[in-house]
Design a protein around this ligand. Structure first.
Ligand SMILES: [Zn+2]
Length: 195
């Protein structure tokens, strides 16, 4: 939802759901995640429920009746997909897995470390940010998440601030000749500070 990426929906057979196939499973196409809430599931656990809206201009769905739109609710365990592009691997190497905000490099086994390549202007629709070094940061998972959910914005001088107060909370550190395109930084900021 944060990155605007569509998800593929596969429906299983269900006797009373007009969108469900009579037997087996059926591919239902690409959907955008447009909303979410939490509800209490049958076993008493809290589950996250996502609202999915079918991306237009796809092949018509098979149904037992002629349905109107195609609302779908899905419950799921949340997993955030990290796009590991070739460039995100390069940025992690350039910073030796050190977060550009907090300098943390998370140790794994042996000499391995973990970090994430974070796109400032998101790659997915509708943003269509570039997979380019001037749109990438090497971040720890916490700061990557904080960036993606709008808990921080980057100012034109590459300091990092809370979106609501402009209170500077950190300064991005850069290595070698790595630079961010200010246009990407402004795009991200507009998403989270526009009234
Ligand atoms: Zn960090």
């Amino acid at each position: 939802m944060v990155e605007g990426l569509p998800v593929r929906v596969v429906r299983g057979a269900h006797p009373s759901n007009p969108y469900a196939p009579p037997t087996g499973y059926q591919y239902a196409g690409l959907f955008l995640v447009t909303d979410w809430d939490t509800v209490t599931g049958q076993d008493g656990h809290k589950v996250v429920r996502f609202k999915l809206e079918r991306v237009p201009e796809q092949a018509k769905l098979w149904t037992t009746e002629d349905p109107v739109p195609d609302p779908a609710f899905a419950t799921s365990v949340v997993s955030r997909r990290i796009r590991d592009t070739a460039l995100s691997r390069s940025i992690k190497l350039l910073y030796d897995h050190h977060c550009q905000i907090c300098q943390t490099a998370i140790p794994g086994t042996g000499n391995r470390y973990y970090s994430e390549g974070a796109h400032v202007k998101p790659l997915g629709r509708p943003h269509l940010g570039a997979d380019a070094m001037n749109n990438l940061l090497c971040l720890c998972p916490n700061h990557h998440t904080q960036l993606d959910i709008g808990g921080m914005v980057i100012l034109d001088d590459f300091t990092v601030a809370r979106p609501t107060s402009d209170q500077v909370i950190a300064e991005l550190s850069f290595r070698k000749d790595h630079v961010l395109d200010v246009a990407n930084v402004r795009y991200h900021r507009m998403q989270w500070t526009a009234a």
